[in-house]
Design a protein around this ligand. Sequence first.
Ligand code: DGL
Length: 266
Amino acid sequence: MGKPIGIFDSGLGGLTVARAIRGALPAEHLVYLGDTARVPYGTRSAETVVRYAIGCAERLLSHDIKLLVVACNTASGVALEELRSRLDIPVVGVIEPGAQVGVRASRSGRIGVLATPGTVSSGAYERAIHAENPAAQVFAQPAPLFVPLAEEGWVTGEVPRLAADRYLRPLVEADVDTIVLGCTHYPLLHETIHDVAAELLGHEVVVVDSAEATAGALGDLELDLEAGSEGELQILVTDLPGQFAASASRFLGRPLDGLDIRAVDL
Ligand code: DGL
């Protein structure tokens, strides 16, 4: 068996990234680490998130991974450089790929970003979007309530629509034509975010999923890729919350039957 790709997130939300990678590169072996004991990262200080991210990366290195994917937007926003300087394998975050797809999708150059407070205050999406198009205007909006809503599976209907309405107002005032989902959990609310935004804007809006964008970007790397049958997926978690199975299968988009899930200590 070839070396696996390591993926980590603050919790289970990054399984949206594992799912997208599985779709793009089905033969790859994946080891996913969800730091369920310390989630959420999105409301913590940058120093704390960097420390947690180093711990997750070190744990995955013990699985002899060939590539590290930082599936957590908050960790990508504050810890990517530190991880790249410490590791001698490629380290890919979710922000640059999402920003690139957002820039390509936008006609007006007015791009909204929905993310956790930590990601918004890191300014990482602004930097990544401006690296692609210095003339773009970026409107970043924290949307912390979307995280527990996605975990609860409360992704359509009145409550998520009300939250979306509140969070999207500043982006509607800015008349964005593209919204980048800058958090692992938000792809579960894609439909609600898209529909509420289009209704409020009165025109179509492109909603970019940074999980899909990241999976697409891996194909461009010079990697020793696996060929043949479906790769294995191993899931490591630092705590087993009661809701684990229900949330994990929602994020992964399939039942957990037959999956290798282990609790680990960092
Ligand atoms: N994984 C985080 C992110 O993508 C969301 C959940 C959290 O706050 O830890 O930013």
